[in-house]
Design a protein around this ligand. Structure first.
Ligand code: F6P
Length: 567
């Protein structure tokens, strides 16, 4: 363990702590009156506008945050990431998801080797394979074209691709390319998820993509064996070669599983699972559905932000500003959560993806040098598309706890609708809410205003809105594949910035291991109890009682048969 000091020991940190008292004397109502302040809190890159004027911050707050960035050596840490240094020190790895979307002629080194040619070898292989599947020159065991794809994977091998798929589904260009095709995701080890995925599918026309960085994840491997059984019981074991392909860093285990290594798409240990959507993890299933050219636009969007993040001064740098403001909110102002509120149904799966990227990255308790932190890191991320969220949890956001909100909107709808005679188009109706909510949160409504409206005295406390609730707005030109790539990369880098400031390792995830170990102990117990009738032992009273009741109430499936869902 190094004797490195913590960021909380630095002067800029202490200064910001003091500064909270100053900010606590302000109200957003007044801060927003300062036109110069508001104007300088708007930043634009490639058509994306960030407005952070509704943050509980003055201009000197932002200066202080830049000083904190300097003390945390943010510039140097970003450079170290781009130079391929092993900044994921507990796993001794580079962190180079930026290389996954780099142009062919760009150079990114990991361990002295330029990795970009390897990236493009796999991308070219995906392009070729996905075109063959899509044009029907790669067919299934019975000669039929494979029009349905089931991608099996969990966590980072699922959430990012699901987000991008959901976002592209209604983009007219992407939708046109996906005509007649279907992409589904099987993540949960719950057999109900298998049942839901195979419902209506014909094994003859289905391609299964097993996506797992390690190829050891219990859920994914059981689901992969289940789908292998579904295919081979219908078409014979030889059909697996035509109907199953894999994405992994572990090509040895892919082959052991029975998938032809020629049909395996590699990625590398310098790609973290939750940062892997731009590797074959996302690119293969998405190319099968939408065609490689569409997915390439998505990669280009992410690459645009990679360049912006690396080369733009912090004052105009979207991920840097967002990251610093998140640290300000979470650590200094003490707001533990962050609501991600896209005013677009196509971004329905954005918050679930960011939950993993953010909470698995920054939910840490020690510094990168192993020193327990005297401050909280990470945020509790959650969200729903507007306006649905407004009719769900916004009550708490307006009058209950203070939760900094990210409002995300697009200027153009993917699917414009206007009904003759209506006041506004359907998209304008949606966006009226996008523009209104941040002000409702910031300004609130005072008892004096309510009195002027003749509100009954006993209702005034209930109808008062304290306001002063921070939010920021991100306005994108549209939500095409390119913009979706940009949005993804903005959040990925924002989360890295937060981790760099807090001085933690945002790229490991030791916290997910303990539960896996305990589950394997339970699995062993269930096996011996079901097959040999052995009593539950080695657990505490609580688990023993529950497990015993679970086993006694239901004998389970006899171990000499295979049972698949009946839907
Ligand atoms: O949940 C832990 C985790 O390791 C995630 O980080 C990862 O995205 C997920 O499991 C899936 O892992 P794999 O791609 O190796 O199956």
């Amino acid at each position: 363990m190094a004797s490195a000091s913590l960021i909380s020991d630095t002067e800029p940190w202490k200064d910001l702590k003091e500064h909270v008292n100053e900010i606590n004397k302000t109200h957003l109502r007044d801060l927003l009156n300062d036109v110069e302040r508001s104007q300088s809190m708007m930043v634009e890159n490639d058509g994306i506008i960030l407005d952070y004027s509704r943050q509980r911050a003055r201009l000197d707050t932002i200066d202080k945050l830049f000083k904190l960035a300097e003390a945390a050596q943010l510039r140097q840490k970003i450079d170290r990431m781009y130079n391929g240094e092993h900044i994921n020190s507990t796993e001794n790895r580079s962190v180079l998801h930026i290389a996954l979307r780099a142009p062919r002629d760009k150079i990114f080194y990991s361990d002295g080797k330029n990795v970009v040619p390897d990236v493009w070898n796999v991308l070219d292989k995906i392009k070729d394979f996905s075109e063959r599947v899509r044009n029907g020159s790669w067919v299934g065991a019975t000669g039929k074209a494979l029009k349905d794809v089931v991608a099996i994977g969990i966590g980072g091998s699922f959430l990012g691709p699901l987000f991008v798929h959901t976002a592209l589904q209604t983009d007219p260009e992407a939708a046109e390319c996906a005509k007649g095709r279907q992409l589904q995701f099987l993540a949960n080890v719950d057999p109900v998820d298998v049942a839901r995925n195979i419902k209506g599918l014909n094994p003859e026309t289905t391609l299964v993509v097993v996506v797992s960085k390690t190829f050891t994840t219990a859920e994914t491997m059981l689901n992969a064996r289940t789908m292998r059984e579904w295919i081979s019981s219908a078409l014979g074991p030889q059909a697996v070669a035509k109907h199953m392909v894999a994405v992994s860093t572990n090509l040895v285990l892919v082959e052991k599983f029975g998938i032809d290594p020629a049909n395996a798409f590699a990625f590398w240990d310098w790609v973290g699972g939750r940062y892997s959507v731009c590797s074959a993890v996302g690119v293969l299933p998405l190319s099968l559905q939408y065609g490689f050219p569409t997915v390439e636009k998505f990669l280009n969007g992410a690459s645009n932000i990679d360049t912006h993040f690396h080369s733009t001064p912090f004052e105009k740098n979207l991920p840097v500003l967002l990251g610093l403001l998140s640290v300000w909110n979470a650590t200094f102002l003490g707001y533990p959560a962050r609501a991600i509120l896209p005013y677009s149904q196509s971004l329905e799966k954005f918050a679930p993806h960011i939950q993993q990227v953010s909470m698995e990255s920054n939910g840490k308790g020690v510094s990168i040098d192993g020193i327990p932190l005297p401050f909280e890191t990470g945020e509790i991320d959650f969200g729903e598309p507007g306006t649905n969220g407004q009719h769900s949890f916004y009550q708490l956001i307006h009058q209950g706890r203070v939760i900094p909100c990210d409002f995300i909107g697009a200027i153009r709808s993917q699917q414009p609708v206007y009904l003759k005679g209506e006041v506004v188009s359907n998209h304008d109706e949606l966006m009226s809410n996008f523009f209104a909510q941040p002000d409702a949160l910031a300004y609130g409504k005072t008892p004096e205003q309510l009195l002027l409206e003749n509100v009954a005295a006993h209702l005034i406390p209930h109808k008062t809105f304290s306001g002063n609730r921070p939010s920021l707005s991100l306005l994108l030109p549209s939500l095409n594949a390119y913009n979706i790539g940009q949005l993804l990369a903005i959040y990925e880098h924002r989360i890295a910035v937060e981790g760099f400031i807090w001085g933690i390792n945002s790229f490991d995830q030791w916290g997910v291991e303990l539960g896996k170990v305990l589950a394997s102990q339970v699995r062993k117990q269930l096996h011996v109890s079901r097959t040999k009738g052995e009593p539950v032992q080695g657990f505490n009273v609580s688990t023993t009682t529950l497990l015993t009741k679970y086993l006694e109430a239901e004998p389970g499936i006899p171990f000499d048969t295979t049972v698949l869902p009946k839907v």
